[in-house]
Every structure is written in structure tokens, then in C-alpha cells.
Design a protein around this ligand. Structure first.
Ligand code: AMP
Length: 127
């Protein structure tokens, strides 16, 4: 499956240091930073440093080291942002919008970590 990565997307520019971000965590293969338009008290984005368009691209083509690093970074972000459910911190929602129907605006693979309040239903019931 060919994935056409656009290196002018805004997260690619963040990774190149061309535009600023509020970094929460940086590891060898992963960057986590605050969403510029937060939809919850905690809204942090976690992105791989590699050029992956969406989650399935990352899962298919990233190295084991990148995938492990990314997942461990998510857990660390949850600890940093104090939303780990087992610690009585209320929990979080993890979202990876992918493609048109997933309503992905930025075509660089990313996961949203949302928390700090009850997140409500994942998908509103249709009337
Ligand atoms: P998505 O719709 O899943 O592609 O989400 C893209 C997210 O990126 C949105 O929640 C935006 O608010 C966020 N975003 C866009 N530009 C920036 C930026 N420069 N810094 C941080 N977050 C951003």
C-alpha cells in the first residue's frame, strides 16, 4: 500500500523546528506536545519522528524500535499529564484519526491523549 507523505504538513514543520511547540516529552523516535486548540483540560499529541501518514502506515512500516518507543512514550505522557487510570487520576481517551472518514486534518501520524474531564460518548448516537 503506497502512502504519499507530504513533508510540508504542520507536524513535519514542528519536527524540523520550523514552527514552535510546547513539548511534553521527546524520545529518540517520538515527540509529544500540547495541542494548540485543546478540547479537554489535558490534550497532548504524540507523534513519531518518522514520516508516516496515519496509524496503519506507522504500524505496517515503522521499525520495532520506533513502535516500542512510541507506545512507551504514550504511557510516559499519561504519567506526566497525570491521567493514569490505575493511579486514581481519572483516565484518558486515546484517539488516532486516520484519513478522510476518520477526519484527520494533519497527515502525519498522531495520537491525541485527552483527559482531565469525563470525555462523554466516543461517537454521538445518531437521532
Ligand atoms: P487531527 O484532526 O486528528 O488531524 O488533529 C490535528 C490536531 O492538530 C488538532 O487537534 C489541532 O488543534 C492540532 N494542531 C494543529 N496545528 C498545531 C500546532 N501548530 N501545534 C499543536 N497542535 C496543532
Amino acid at each position: 500500500m503506497p502512502y504519499d507523505y507530504d513533508d510540508q504538513n504542520i507536524f513535519a514543520k514542528i519536527l524540523r523546528g520550523e514552527i514552535p511547540n510546547t513539548t511534553v516529552l521527546e524520545t529518540e523516535h517520538t515527540l509529544a506536545f500540547e495541542d494548540i486548540a485543546p478540547e479537554a483540560p489535558v490534550h497532548t499529541l504524540v507523534i513519531p519522528k518518522g514520516a508516516y501518514v496515519c496509524f496503519d502506515h506507522f504500524a505496517a512500516d515503522a521499525s520495532d524500535a520506533e513502535i516500542v518507543d512510541f507506545n512507551r512514550a504514550i504511557a510516559e505522557v499519561c504519567r506526566i499529564k497525570q491521567v493514569v487510570p490505575g493511579d486514581g487520576q481519572g483516565g484518558y481517551r486515546m484517539v488516532a484519526n486516520s484519513g478522510e472518514n476518520g477526519v484527520q486534518d494533519v497527515p502525519h501520524m498522531h495520537v491525541h491523549i485527552l483527559g482531565g474531564r469525563h470525555m462523554g460518548r466516543m461517537i454521538p448516537r445518531s437521532s
